[in-house]
Design a protein around this ligand. Structure first.
Ligand code: NAI
Length: 332
């Protein structure tokens, strides 16, 4: 099977080339360009394409691919909102994805963000580089003995609950579907109670229309003064302007932000020659905020898991055993 990979960076190439040793029947060509109606024409002669979160796999792209006889779209990510599934189904195409690759990778990063922001690790490091060994302005919180509020206790949230429990924190959870595996670790409460009682709040819920801006001015007003707030979930869960107001008013004592609403044009791009967009520059201007760019998943283990699951999906298609894949892998 010959697969054309779109929107690839050096790290995609190396993780997939490494995994390919276990899949002698698959060959891959890597493109930097993302998949869209223009670049879909490059897939002529391939058996499948592999897209990523920002690919445009809507009707026109799918029709061009189907015109070349390509019936398999592999997504090397969990999300599949980039694909028009109705059109894919009508064209008899299969869309396969990687639903959960390394929940611990994201949870560990969320704790890292909390510590980096609240304990001013980046500022401390920058001071030392400037030969400045003063501590004023670097005061943080001891999490041990405090309360953590985890919003969304699925795979990633559950890993986060265990990590913060390991720090000696009391753990509150909010999730419409409580996770039975967390019995004895998490006390489930309503969102308002979680907001009111938590010293550290970390978001691990997917984004739906129903929870868009679940963290708005009202929600922030209910939080403890000086709360440490972390978002590795999705930007749209938080009203960014409300977050900025919360940081300005000192309601939020520190924030670690891996995802934010206006991240779209920035994600995974080197835009160092362009001027900062206003939200990025505002967030970066706060001394108690650490912003990263959708980086929480980015570990060797996660890339390795993404590569193997994507290639397992491809082989299942070749062997006609898609129905034996774990159900969440099969989008259509
Ligand atoms: P999951 O499906 O295992 O768990 C999600 C949990 O959120 C479920 O238990 C669900 O009941 C709960 N939930 C749904 N609506 C909710 C609401 N309104 N309030 C609270 N909880 C709610 O998903 P998983 O693997 O844990 O991923 C969670 C999210 O993390 C993803 O949807 C994605 O947005 C984000 N993510 C971020 C990454 C990053 O690099 N920053 C990487 C991967 C995922």
């Amino acid at each position: 099977m010959k697969i054309l990979f779109y929107d690839t960076f050096d790290y995609d190439k190396s993780s997939f080339e490494n995994a390919l040793k276990d899949y002698p029947d698959i060959t891959i060509d890597f493109l930097e360009a993302d998949l869209n109606p223009m670049t879909a024409t490059l897939a002529n002669g391939y058996d499948a394409v592999c897209g990523f979160v920002n690919s445009d796999i809507k009707a026109m792209t799918l029709e061009i691919l189907a015109g070349f006889g390509i019936k398999l779209v592999l997504m090397r990510c969990a999300g599949f909102d980039a694909v028009n599934l109705d059109v894919a189904r009508d064209l008899g195409m299969s869309v396969l994805r990687v639903p959960g690759y390394s929940p611990e990778a994201i949870a560990e990063f969320a704790l890292g963000l909390a510590l980096a922001a609240d304990r001013h690790i980046v500022r401390g490091y920058n001071r030392v580089r400037e030969n400045d060994y003063s501590l004023s302005g670097l005061l943080g919180t001891t999490f041990h003995g405090k309360t953590a509020g985890i919003v969304g206790t699925g795979k990633i949230g559950a890993a986060m609950c265990k990590i913060v429990a390991g720090l000696g924190m009391r753990v509150l959870g909010y999730d419409p579907y409580p996770n039975p595996s967390l019995e004895g670790i998490v006390e489930y409460v309503e969102l308002d109670e979680l907001l009111a009682q938590s010293d550290l709040i970390s978001l691990h819920s997917p984004l739906f229309e129903s929870n868009y801006h679940m963290i708005d001015d009202d929600a922030i007003a209910k939080m403890k003064d000086g709360v440490v707030f972390v978002n590795t979930g999705r930007g749209g869960l938080v009203d960014t302007q409300a977050l900025i107001r919360g940081i300005r008013s000192h309601k939020i004592g520190a924030a670690g932000i891996d995802v934010y609403e206006e991240e779209g044009p920035n994600v995974f791009k080197n835009r160092s020659s362009a001027v900062f967009e206003s939200v990025t520059s505002t967030l970066c201007a706060f001394p108690n905020v650490v912003v990263t760019s959708h980086q929480a998943f980015f570990t060797r283990g996660a890339l390795d898991a993404i590569a193997h699951t994507t290639l397992d999906n491809a082989m299942a298609y070749v062997n006609g055993t898609v129905d034996q894949l774990p159900k969440p892998n099969v989008v259509c």
